[in-house]
Write a protein that binds this ligand. Structure first.
Ligand code: ADP
Ligand code: XUL
Length: 545
């Protein structure tokens, strides 16, 4: 830790993501000085998770105590490495979006009286009214979604109000399911947190508010007034609107607000300063947005467990396929997002079937030794996809549904191309509707686990006909959270809060497009769109699953 000895101030950003808890530490000039992770399946095997979750059909959840325990494990790793906790000025964090945590009526007492001589997990056993937290991969609430859209006047009305039509993973629909299926658990709940505000709560030792950016992923927040919408609370709580409002408390509109000091537990156990501050935690996608300070003409594509696309928008522009979210730190700003459930886990699945030694190297050999073939298109919805709402694996050769491509190795290329064609199709639609963004995409910034793969990233450049860039650091969400912490510190000192991390030197060009390939992809996109419509139909009849 000697490199940290001369630094006066440190800022921590966490990311409680699907498969890991990650931490990024930066110093005053926004340079990353330390990173650490805890991998759930590997380091907490006693919870029995696979890829960070427990799935039961369409229901996908994570034992809440796993997340609690992972925090002590992560901080213990830092302690072992003699991390200078006392230099941390502000902590912020990010979390996988939409997941919900249900605190019991005992929780406020248990949280405030945490004893540093015992692990968090032993002390918070009775702090939850629901033991498994639904996560963003859950798709079990279609019934609640249709009901919500019906009662509010349609999907478009809901999208205009909340930034999104009804989605299975959005927290309002998860709460509606709980109210119906387990009213007892609902009444035993004193507070509902998102994953982000849950982690902030642990650090504060009292409930942290839901920030408006992560709160935009609930189908409950009016993104214009930035308040909970009573009609939606009513529908999602089986009529117990007032009770739900109490359990959610006011959303926090100031993403840089000091919520309080770190709880004594962390001071005594790890050596944080008593004066270390906690600010609101936000969703992983809003935090990623912060870390890149996106301008018009730039988009961020995250290739993690989920694949997401983030676009700057000057005004809210809800569509039936994208999400509009409030900006996490700039008041009156918004951003647009696309989210795909079939990201890295689906790529891994195809890798494991079609490469003999199950490595990314072998997968990349498959990419290198093939070229785009206009007539071969695949759709790989191993999990219930969000955009489009479809499930199953479908392959087409010259527009005919086939069991397998002539060369089965083509699947490796097709799974990558198909995802990027889908993104391109939808981004073009979003850009067409926004005056400020009519200009062409100039730069794509890639982040997330699969962004390390140069061959995958090369196909991205070809599909979009644009340069692809990467920046320093592994984890953009925890980095964004750390920048948020640093920004809050500057704000306290009344200094400029311009994000000075957005520094060209931090970025490197990783792929240039080959325009010959771009022409082929451009010529495929119309056909792709038609075949996708067919796939949606086939998927709804479940004929080919
Ligand atoms: P999370 O969404 O949980 O934050 P990450 O962004 O760290 O996760 O992404 C994890 C995923 O990254 C893994 O599931 C793995 O499939 C993928 N990944 C890691 N390295 C590579 C690689 N070289 N090529 C393709 N995918 C990779
Ligand atoms: C976004 C979404 C995912 C999670 C993954 O809507 O569901 O990107 O945030 O962590």
């Amino acid at each position: 830790m000697s490199k940290l000895d001369n630094l006066p101030n440190l800022y921590i950003g966490f990311d409680l993501s699907t498969q890991q808890l990650k931490l990024t530490v930066i110093e005053d000039t926004y340079q990353i000085v330390f990173e650490e992770t805890v991998h759930f399946d590997k380091e907490l095997p006693h919870y029995g998770t696979l890829n960070g979750v427990i799935s039961n059909g369409e229901t996908v959840a994570c034992p809440t105590l796993l997340w609690v325990e992972s925090l002590d494990i992560l901080l213990q790793k830092l302690k072992t490495k003699k991390f200078p906790f006392h230099k941390v000025r502000i902590i912020s964090g990010a979390g996988q979006q939409h997941g919900s945590i249900y605190w019991s009526h005992n929780a406020p007492f248990l949280l405030s009286s945490l004893d540093h001589s015992k692990p968090l997990v032993d002390q918070l056993k009775n702090a939850f009214s629901v033991q498994q937290s639904p996560t963003w991969q859950d798709s079990s609430t279609s019934e609640q979604c249709r009901e919500l859209e019906k009662l509010i006047g349609g999907a478009e009305v809901l999208a205009n109000l909340t930034g999104s039509k009804a989605y299975e993973r959005f927290t309002g629909n998860q709460i509606a399911k709980l109210c119906k299926a387990n009213p007892n658990a609902f009444s035993q709940t004193s507070r509902i947190s998102l994953v982000s505000s849950f982690l902030a709560t642990l650090f504060l030792g009292h409930y942290a508010p839901i920030d408006i950016s992560d709160g935009s992923g609930m189908n409950l927040l009016n993104i214009h007034t930035k308040q909970w919408e009573d009609k939606l609370l009513n529908i999602c709580s089986c009529g117990a609107e007032g009770k739900l409002k109490e359990k959610l408390d006011e959303p926090e509109i100031d993403g840089l607000k000091i919520l309080g000091n770190v709880h004594e537990y962390f001071v005594k156990k790890y050596g944080f300063s008593e004066d270390c501050k906690i600010i609101p935690f936000t969703g992983d996608n809003p935090a990623t947005l912060i870390s890149f300070n996106i301008k018009p003409g730039n988009i961020v594509i995250s290739l993690g467990t989920s694949d997401t696309v983030l676009l700057y928008t000057s005004k809210p522009c809800p569509t039936s396929e994208s999400h509009t979210l409030c900006h996490p730190i700039i008041p009156a700003s918004y951003f647009s997002m696309l989210c795909y459930k079939n990201g890295s886990l689906t790529r891994e699945h195809i890798r494991d079937i079609y490469t003999k030694d199950v490595t990314w190297e072998r997968f990349n050999n498959g990419l290198n030794s093939s070229k785009p073939i206009k007539s071969q298109i695949g759709f790989y919805f191993l999990f219930q996809e969000i955009v489009p709402f479809a499930k199953g694996i479908y392959k087409f050769d010259s527009n005919k549904l086939v069991k397998e491509f002539v060369d089965e190795n083509y699947n490796v290329r097709a799974v990558i191309e198909s995802q990027f064609l889908s993104m391109k199709l939808r981004i073009d639609k979003l850009l067409k509707d926004d005056d400020e963004k009519k200009e062409k995409i100039q730069r794509i910034i890639v982040v997330g686990g699969a962004s390390k793969n140069d061959q995958i990233v090369k196909i991205l450049a070809d599909v979009f006909g644009a340069q692809v860039w990467r920046n320093q650091g592994e984890n953009s969400a925890s980095m964004g959270a750390a920048i948020k912490a640093r920004t809050a510190f500057l704000k306290r000192e009344c200094k400029s809060i311009i994000n000075s991390n957005y520094n060209e030197e931090n970025f490197s060009l990783v792929a240039e497009p080959d325009f010959e390939n771009t022409k082929i992809y451009d010529s495929m996109i119309e056909n792709y769109q038609e075949l996708e419509k067919l796939v949606i139909q086939l998927s709804s009849t479940e004929k080919y699953i």
